[in-house]
Each structure stands twice: as structure tokens, then as C-alpha cells.
Design a protein around this ligand. Sequence first.
Ligand code: NAI
Ligand code: MG
Length: 351
Amino acid sequence: MHKIAVIPGDGIGPEVVNEALATLEQLVENDDSLSVEWEVFDWGSEYYLKHGRMMPEDSLDQLKAFDAILFGAIGDARVPDDVTIWELIMPIRKEFQQYINYRPAKQLDGIQSPLHSKKEIDFVIIRENAEGEYSNMGGHLYKNTHQEVAVQNTVMTREGCEKVGRYAFDFARENNYTSVTSATKSNAIVHTMELWDRSMTNVSHDYSEIAFDSVYIDALAASMVQQPEKFGVVVASNLFGDILSDLGSAVVGGLGVSPSANINPEGSYPSMFEPVHGSAPDIVGKGIANPIAQIWSLALLLDHLGYTKHSNIILSAIESTVRDQVVTPDLGGSYSTKEVGQAIRDRAAAA
Ligand code: NAI
Ligand code: MG
């Protein structure tokens, strides 16, 4: 029996997580080979307003007992964004050594890419999720004077670079992608990016059947817009990967359909699966949030736990729902969150 911790969070988080859980419930009812149970945690901004913290003191210990985490979104106007993020998402990512952030950018049949690309877009971004540019090393001098100086250090380790490189190449090999493209800027960032480049090149020698290319991040961003169909696996540092993955999600139809995974590849800790989008305060309570990113995140979670068949059932059901244009307003439709969720479940049940 696998145990899943569910944290719906704030805003549209609970609205879309409800649809994912209803989908999971139906799959479990219809198939004994899917052996999972789940527990829902009410952590987030409401919890913070009541208790003065985003989650209980022993929350990480509680979560350790689970095999995976399904997360919705957080963010609430009544709580500063740095509190919501640094007291809930970041501790989970860091404590559970989820040093891989994985985001597929796969164009679903029926969703028109804003780029009007005629070829199929299907690439994945593997982002380093634990070190790099997002370190809190640094500081200010002479704050609020004309002489003010701010320094923010990038920290890269050979081990960290090689681990994400190896993950990217293994992923390409296992999923039949023929190329790995590394995002770099070693012409201008001469120390850390040089280490990144050397690590990627070293790792690439062990994967001679996979084409390897190292491309400057600026040119890479441009070609992701002009020729998105040519990419397979894109591996990038924390900052570059953050930007590229939002670009990737934009070229295949937007935030409403983009899932992600924060992975601890060793399996020592639970990995966490969540949509790329946030709590969407502008549409909360209207019943029009697109549940696809959340349901797709559930499919990634099930695949991670070894339930590939069930993951594929969900993906096919999502594709068929989109093909039939049963979609929410962000994709040009007029269906509600619940109607889209139900349409996906109907198709999954018929699979
Ligand atoms: P956002 O992703 O919440 O919303 C951006 C735009 O996309 C909005 O117009 C929203 O309506 C739309 N959108 C997002 N998800 C959608 C869905 N499923 N269906 C239809 N439309 C959707 O990003 P924003 O506005 O920058 O941030 C809002 C709050 O969310 C902030 O507090 C922010 O800190 C937080 N946030 C949390 C994240 C997380 O929980 N991992 C990630 C990003 C933002
Ligand atoms: Mg981002």
C-alpha cells in the first residue's frame, strides 16, 4: 500500500485538488492493482492565520511517513508571499532533497500552441532544484546610501551538477528522447557555468547514443520560441530552468495544463507533485480553474510510484477531453472545473 500526503493549500488549490482526488478515488475503486491511500492536510495560509505558521512544527516528520506528496498551490493576499513559499514549499523541497525539478512541455492534441507550430512539441525540462543561483549567500553593504552594494552568490558543486546531468541523460535514455541540451552562459559567467559545462560534458561521455549540445541561454530561449519541436531533454541550472520551464509551459498552452515534479531520485524521501501555477486569486471561487495541470501532476505521481498503467489512463483521458474541446475558459472553452474533471473521469472509466 502506498501512502500519499495531499496538501491542497490556498486559492484554486483545493478546487483543482478535489478533481484530482475524485479521479484517484475512481481509479482505486475500479482496479485493485492500484494500492494507494491518502491523507489530506489543511496546511497553508488559513492555517497560518489561525496558528501563526504555515504548517505544524512536526510537519516534515509527518510527511516522511508518506511515499509521495500531491500539492495544490499556495499564495494568499493576507500573508506575504515570502512567508507562504519559504515556510511551506521550500522546507519540503530542501529537507526532502528534491534536487530535480521536472516539467514536461508536451503539446496535447487539441491545444493550439500560441506559436502555431505545425510540428508536435514534446520536450522536458530538468531543472536543478537545490543549489545554483538560488542560494541565500550574500548580503548588502551601505544599505540605502548611494554607495549601496548587493552581492548574491551562486553556489554550484560538481556533485550537484553531475547528479542533475546524469538524471537528464538517464531520463532521455529511458524515455526515448534522442537529445540533451544544456543551458549555459559560460561566456559571461565564467566560474560556476564553466563547472556546469564541464560536468555536463563529462556525463555526456557515458551516453554516446544521445546527442549532446550546450547552448547559451539567450539563444536557447529564442529557439525554444522559434523551433520548440526540435528539443528533447533540456537540462538547466536553478535560475535558467525556472525561466525556461515557464516558457516551456507557455509554448504548449499555458499554466492551466502544466504539471511538475520535485523529485528526490534516491527515494530516501517523498517526492512532491504540483501544478506549475499558483493560487490564481483572480479566479478563485468562480469554478473555472483548469484542473488539468493538477490531474496531470497526479499522473506523474502515480508513474513515479510505479503505476504506469494508471498514469497513462489519466493522460489519455486528458488528451481525449481536450480533443473533444471540453475545456475551461483559459483554453477558450466555457466548461467549469468540475465539468472538465468529470469529463476526464468518464473517459478514464471507459479506458
Ligand atoms: P498564478 O499561477 O496563480 O496565476 C497567473 C495567471 O494564470 C492568473 O491569471 C491565473 O488566473 C491564471 N491561472 C493559473 N492557474 C490557472 C488554472 N489552473 N486555470 C486557469 N487559469 C489559471 O500566478 P500569480 O498570479 O503570479 O500568483 C498568485 C499567487 O500564487 C501568489 O501568491 C504567488 O506567490 C503564488 N504562487 C504559488 C505557486 C506555488 O504554489 N507553487 C507558484 C506560483 C505562484
Ligand atoms: Mg517559476
